[in-house]
Write a protein that binds this ligand. Structure first.
Ligand SMILES: Nc1ncnc2c1ncn2[C@@H]1O[C@H](COP(=O)(O)OP(=O)(O)OP(=O)(O)O)[C@@H](O)[C@H]1O
Length: 578
């Protein structure tokens, strides 16, 4: 398999170089622009900043926030208040305080986001925006018209434009690093699947709240800059309807991408300005944004991502790897598969029972997985296999009985805590965020437990595509293999696999089984695998547990259990599998 030579390219210097070039270009723009549009350009830069922040919480973390300009108003309010009270420190300090204050408010408004999703969250943020809107409309900003002085040496409009560009570039560089950090991966992951995020050992609350806080802090900076731009901010600059339009623009343009935030910022200023010049009331701009929003929502896409995808498709080399069975030479080189003799338990499930209303999904189930073992968990549809996996991995906190990891009772641990403690799982459904690259996903899930060489070797071992490959560009079967590989690279004590081979071709099935057999000796991880394909179970498992109607039907060595007539009976209608 071919891997790109430099699979984890150094990204450290690139944003700084881009940033310096952007500041140089910004300086030229600020001195060359016709005087008549300098003020509009400041508005466009500030709108870009606001959209960049909004892109984090909407585009990256996938939450609907309709109060971005209220967070900006917090920044403007701090500027006015500090100016009125002549708080020492001046504009630069006020700017930092504005960001922090708006971030804290964002954090508080983000709290409902921990429980709410989609439209419900949108309603909460809209309600907050409307309440703030009405309050500000009545009280206005403190200082009643007292001018917020611009910072030295950026006093005139041209110089202040250059200042806003510097701020934008600095924020964009910070956002770039955040987006490419583990925190950024958790934002992308939480947008796709909260369960997948928790299973990777990441705290879903932290991911959501941090997205809210960073986004609001950036809005606070833009609000502070608006105060500096206009001198005395007015409530009419921060209305609910404008926040709504900004959200629409954010999803239309895909403003989690810096260049699209700039595009959005220009549109934000350009559309009303053009309408004004054509003699049409500027409020019609909201109608234009609304139409664009409907188009984006109905096509479930955004301009920025479409453009990036088109460029990536053109650039993409054939980096798809393939999972193929070992050759005879490779098998000879690898040697015989090790069989665990250990009696030391990694997982103990003791008398676990789960009910859903009147359904007894699990009844007094006991199960043990020892170090170095691969144990199969089988049973007909509805037998309770997934319920058991959810119980073991912490996604079903309400159950009777005890789950132990290496002898420790983990009943009270949340899913992400169990993941960090060494109990990892994969899912039947696709939980691998398509917006990440293979390498970023692996780094996110592995949590620094493996070296880059180990990651390269594991990717090669499982026939995964190159780390640069976007996950959205690989098929579902391959995503499953990437998911398994990533969790193994976290070096867990136990990995629970929920139908990992679904979606693989026959050849890939065989190849995957060959790799799985060698996981305990290669990665030091024991495996509990749910699988309907009994050929795979025969190939890889040392022991098998059979569930039927939520009860333990049989357990023991593979051949002994699969040849048990009771087991065959339970599989009636599925006996061809045996
Ligand atoms: N959230 C739920 N609410 C109500 N009933 C549920 C819930 N989850 C599972 N069940 C029921 O519990 C029983 C066990 O389901 P479970 O999904 O664990 O079986 P399974 O063995 O994993 O099946 P499959 O092989 O089809 O995935 C089934 O009767 C199912 O309908």
């Amino acid at each position: 398999m071919r891997l790109a030579r430099n699979v984890f390219p150094s990204r450290v210097w690139t944003p700084f170089v881009f940033g310096l070039v952007a500041i140089a270009v910004g300086w030229l723009v600020s001195i060359l622009l016709p005087q008549t549009i300098v003020f509009l350009a400041i508005s466009a830069v500030i709108a870009t900043l606001t959209l960049l922040g909004l892109g984090i919480v909407t585009g990256t973390a996938g939450m609907i926030v309709l109060s971005q300009l209220t967070f900006a108003a917090v920044g403007a309010w701090i500027m006015s208040f500090f100016t009125m009270h002549e708080v020492p420190g001046g504009f630069y300090l006020y700017l930092v305080v504005a960001a922090v204050a708006a971030g804290v408010v964002g954090l508080l408004i983000g709290l409902p986001a921990l429980r709410l999703r989609g439209v419900n969250l949108a309603v909460v943020t809209l309600g907050f925006a409307a309440a703030a809107d009405m309050t500000l409309g009545k009280t206005q900003f403190p200082g009643a018209g007292q001018r917020v002085p611009r910072p030295e040496p950026f006093m005139d409009d041209r110089a202040f434009l250059f200042f806003t560009i510097i701020v934008l570039v600095v924020v964009a560089v910070i956002v770039f690093f955040l987006q490419n950090s583990r925190l950024g991966s958790s934002w992308r992951s939480v947008a796709f699947s909260e369960r997948g995020t928790a299973a990777a050992g990441s705290n879903v609350r932290t991911a959501k709240l941090s997205a809210f806080a960073v986004s609001a802090a950036i809005a606070g900076i833009s609000g502070a800059l608006i105060a500096g731009q206009v001198g005395a901010p007015y409530a009419s600059s921060f209305t609910t309807i404008q926040s709504l339009a900004l959200y629409v623009l954010s999803i239309v343009a895909g403003t989690h991408l810096v260049e699209m935030a700039l595009f959005g910022g220009i549109l934000w200023v350009l559309i009303p300005e053009l309408l004004k010049r054509w003699g049409i009331p500027q409020d019609w701009g909201f109608v234009v944004f609304g139409v664009l929003g409907i188009q984006a929502l109905t096509t479930n896409s955004n301009l920025g991502q479409d453009i990036r995808n088109a460029i990536a498709r053109r650039r993409r080399k054939t980096e798809e790897a393939k999972l193929v069975p070992f050759t005879d030479e490779q098998l000879a080189e690898l040697g015989p598969v090790g069989v665990s003799e250990s009696d030391k338990s990694v997982l103990e499930v003791e008398d676990v029972s789960v009910t859903f209303g009147s359904i007894k999904a699990l009844q007094n189930v006991n199960l043990k997985v020892s170090e170095g073992e691969i144990v199969g968990l089988i049973g007909p549809n509805g037998a309770g296999k997934s319920t058991l996996v959810d119980t073991v991995s912490g996604f079903l906190p309400s159950h009777e009985g005890t789950v132990r990891l290496s002898g420790e009772n983990i009943n009270k641990l949340a899913p992400n805590q169990r993941a960090t403690a060494g109990l990892r799982r994969t899912f039947q459904q696709d939980r691998v965020p398509p917006t990440l690259s293979v390498g970023d996903y692996i780094e996110f899930v592995a949590q620094g437990a493996s070296t880059r060489d180990e990651i390269r070797e594991a990717l090669e071992f499982f026939g995964c595509p190159s780390p640069r490959t976007r996950i959205r560009n690989v098929d579902v079967g391959t995503r499953r293999i990437i998911e398994v590989t990533a969790h193994l690279l976290a070096k867990p004590k136990l990995l629970v696999l929920d139908e990992p081979a679904a979606g693989l071709s026959h050849e890939e099935h065989i190849a995957f089984g060959q790799r799985l057999q060698r996981v305990p000796e290669r990665f030091g991880t024991a495996i509990l695998i749910i699988e309907h394909d009994l050929d795979l179970v025969r190939t890889v498992c040392q022991r098998v547990t059979v569930l039927d109607f939520g009860e333990l039907l049989a357990e023991g060595g593979v051949a002994e259990v699969l040849d048990n007539p009771e087991v065959a009976k339970a599989y009636m209608g599925e006996t061809e599998l045996l």
